[in-house]
Design a binder for this molecule. Structure first.
Ligand SMILES: Cc1cc2nc3c(=O)[nH]c(=O)nc-3n(C[C@H](O)[C@H](O)[C@H](O)COP(=O)(O)OP(=O)(O)OC[C@H]3O[C@@H](n4cnc5c(N)ncnc54)[C@H](O)[C@@H]3O)c2cc1C
Length: 475
């Protein structure tokens, strides 16, 4: 196998493997190095997203949603269920099979696109004439030389200071995705996307879940109305959320974890749980990359410093995804990966950071793109808002899921769509229409004039666009 490449990609998460494939499609000789191991020690490309993130979490969300529906909602359809039980081992095995399909799919794509894959850790060795030397150690040991290097080494879960993840009692996203039996009580520190999704999985399966959040408000990045509606729904489902808490000493014992904290009123309290998920954010990962060997610049958070086009401080060294600034989202990493490969080829790869959608796959789902009302108010931009509830949507009624609404924010003069916020069924799918509309700089009226299938949840999108103009077809 050749050891000299046009492009070497370090990391095969969604940022890295997509960059490698796109670069190969553009005619470059490409290597991709990834160290993730499956349970048998074999390669498991796909990164956090495939192995312990997006994909397995969605598999468990699906299983737990089926369980909750069977237990709580089938009866209203006239479907009787007796002896309903959850086989956690089988559920987790199904999740593992879904993950493996994705790992295998990436290996197949590497082969198909002639990307040379190296299973091991990649580290900068030195700058050489016309490129960089990368040492690979692990299952594969090699020294590679690349003209361009794309770093896509992702991120790791942030631990509470002084409380290491043991993945038994104190769980990161990794342990939270493979709990062997439904715990009676589960604590979650942090009410962000990961905490809410993992908390939802185990609550649906029967755990009593308490979420402790340091911030005084819920989902600060989301639109206020959406956050309020979601909080109402989660509370009704039995998820206990406390805000404005300050976590103190965490004691880990043989039968559980006790978390001392001060609540929003300043009173001392203790949460005693069987297991604790800590989801307080993620840290950019450059462990083992040896950036100092070539003088690759990191910021104070440990992220690789890049410009808007993912160029580092070194010529021909690029970085994408969670290891750089910006939202830690798989599709943002993918877009950056494609754009970098195209830039290396002299093309004009482009990522519009304003059009990166955010999705939380809870029930109700939450999704948004563009500005929130608060951001528009703070920036002094004059806007008009239109909102439509799923309660008035025939498809939502037929589904038996009428929680939430679609909200449009459009420029007061030009009517250009500035933000779309959805809380409700299939928000994750509905948001794509808003992304397309905003990419084409559509006005709210454009959406209002487009024929939407009936009955469909997307009719709420059209109605929310109509509501910007204080019109409706539905009442
Ligand atoms: C529980 C959970 C759920 C999530 N759900 C979603 C979701 O629904 N949607 C969404 O958009 N995002 C989601 N995310 C975030 C998403 O997983 C990340 O944003 C995404 O994986 C980042 O991609 P990446 O390519 O930058 O890095 P990663 O996916 O972290 O991949 C980095 C890869 O690099 C490898 N690596 C690191 N260092 C080296 C080295 N020196 N040599 C060789 N290999 C190395 C790692 O082994 C890994 O395979 C979720 C995250 C978690 C934890």
């Amino acid at each position: 196998m050749s050891t000299t490449f046009d492009v070497i990609v370090i990391g095969a998460g969604p940022g890295g493997y997509i960059a490698a494939i796109r670069a190969a499609q553009l005619g470059f000789n490409v290597a991709c190095i990834d160290e993730w191991k499956n349970d048998s020690g074999g390669p498991a490309p796909g990164g956090t997203c495939t192995n312990v993130g997006c994909i397995p979490s969605k598999a468990l969300l699906q299983s737990s949603e089926h369980f909750e529906h069977a237990g709580k909602h089938f009866a209203e359809h006239g479907i009787g269920v007796s002896g309903l039980a959850i086989d956690v081992a089988k559920m987790v095995a199904r999740k593992a099979a879904v993950v493996k399909q994705n790992n295998d799919g990436i290996l197949y794509l590497f082969k198909k696109n002639k990307v040379s894959f190296f299973h091991g850790r990649g580290a900068f060795a030195k700058a050489v004439d016309g490129g960089y030397e990368i040492a690979v150690s692990g299952a594969a040991n090699a020294t590679l030389t690349g003209k361009h290097v794309i770093v896509a080494t992702g991120s790791n879960a942030r631990a509470l200071p002084g409380v290491a993840f043991d993945e038994e009692r104190v769980l990161s996203n990794d342990g939270a995705l493979r709990i062997a039996a439904v715990p009676k009580t589960l604590g979650v520190i942090g009410s962000g996307v990961i905490g809410l999704e993992m908390g939802s999985v185990w609550r649906r399966l029967g755990a009593q879940v308490t979420v402790l959040e340091a911030l005084p408000t819920f989902l600060g990045a989301a639109d206020e109305g959406v956050a309020k509606e979601a909080l109402k729904a989660f509370t009704k489902q039995g998820l206990k959320l406390e805000f404005g808490v300050q976590v103190g000493e965490v004691k880990v014992g043989a039968d559980g974890v006790s978390v001392a904290y001060t609540n929003a009123k300043g009173a001392a309290a203790t949460l005693q749980v069987e297991r604790l998920i800590v989801s307080i954010g993620r840290v950019p990962n450059t462990i083992g990359l040896n950036p100092q060997a070539v003088g690759l610049q990191l910021d104070e958070r440990g992220a690789i410093v890049v410009d808007a086009e993912c160029r580092s401080n070194l010529p021909n060294v690029w970085a994408v995804g969670d290891v750089v600034r910006g939202p830690m989202l798989a599709h943002k990493a993918e877009e950056e990966g494609v754009a970098v490969a195209e830039r290396i080829a002299g093309q004009h790869g482009h990522v519009d950071f304003n059009l990166v959608p955010w999705v939380i796959y809870t029930s109700p789902e939450i999704a948004w793109v563009g500005a929130t009302e608060k951001q528009l108010k703070d920036s002094g931009r004059a806007y008009r808002a239109g909102q439509f509830p799923f309660l008035a949507n025939g498809r939502a009624r037929a589904l038996g899921d009428t929680t939430g609404f679609v909200k449009f924010l459009a420029d007061a003069q030009s009517d250009e769509i500035l933000g779309v916020h959805i809380v409700g069924p299939y928000a994750s799918e509905l948001i794509a229409e808003a992304c397309v509309a905003m990419a084409f700089k559509a006005s709210a009226e454009d959406i209002a004039r487009i024929c939407h299938a009936h009955p469909s949840l997307a009719e709420s999108t059209k109605e929310a666009a109509l509501a910007v103009d204080k019109r409706t077809l539905n009442f």
